[in-house]
Design a binder for this molecule. Structure first.
Ligand code: ZN
Length: 243
């Protein structure tokens, strides 16, 4: 009886849909983990960029310090020279020179202070980013633990389902199963669909009256012409269940 076969196929389909869901999950979980680690990599890169920025500022700071040292030793040298100068004109011109150098030094000092502030800020920023990165890494590892647990759980569930599948398969006609399996491979989803309001429960296409008629009289599998799924009438399974 085709009705009985359909009823058995429905049970098989229930198992197969579970298997497909598990297979999808098994495929998606490592992808999810990969994305999480990519985020950690991105944070690592951000930290490296800020560290590079810090290095540049430190180089700038050292250059300014050297410049300041040069100016300061020039001032010292000129100050010593002041004592050896005889003419007033030369004296005042050297004093002007020293005044200019002092102004330069003071400007350099301001720049150095600003750079030191910047170094403090960027260092603090690096520290925060590193902490954030560590947190991300930690939650990544946690997630990895969950995912690995789930993956081994999936394997166990899959084993049980495959046994269930084998048992269900034993009572199904080989030819009917071959047709079912072909659609299953193509759809990666439901193969048998119930007729709802004279339409295919899979693609919702309205079915010709002849198909509905065949469904209640024929002893063969009836397929939806649009989506190739196997059709069944709602009462079919009910009748079998009532038997
Ligand atoms: Zn259809």
């Amino acid at each position: 009886m085709i009705k009985e076969q359909i009823s058995r196929l429905l049970k098989l389909q229930e198992v197969d849909l579970k298997i497909i869901a598990l297979e999808n999950e098994k495929e998606e979980l490592p992808q999810k983990l990969k994305q999480l680690y990519q985020q950690v990599d991105l944070t690592n890169e951000q930290v490296r960029n800020i560290e590079e920025e810090l290095k540049q500022i430190q180089v700038g700071h050292r250059e300014k310090e050297l410049e300041l040292n040069t100016k300061e030793s020039e001032i010292k040298k000129y100050n010593a020279q002041l004592y050896q100068i005889k003419s007033n004109k030369e004296y005042s011109s050297l004093q002007t020179e020293i005044g200019g150098l002092k102004a330069d030094s003071s400007a350099l000092e301001d720049e150095i202070i600003a750079l030191l502030d910047k170094i403090d800020n960027v260092s603090e920023n690096i520290k925060e980013e590193r902490e954030r990165q560590q947190e991300k890494l930690k939650s990544c590892k946690e997630e990895e633990g969950y995912i690995n647990n789930r993956l081994s759980q999936i394997d166990k569930e899959m084993e049980i389902l495959k046994k269930e599948r084998e048992q269900g398969l034993a009572d199904i006609d080989k030819g009917i199963y071959a047709k079912y399996e072909k659609v299953l491979r193509g759809k990666k989803g439901a193969v048998l669909v119930c007729v709802v309001d004279h339409s295919c429960g899979g693609c919702h296409m309205e079915l010709p009256p002849q198909v509905i008629n065949d469904l209640s009289t024929s002893n063969k599998l009836i397929f939806c012409e649009n989506c190739a799924r196997i059709l069944y009438l709602p009462q079919e399974t009910q009748e079998v269940k009532d038997e």
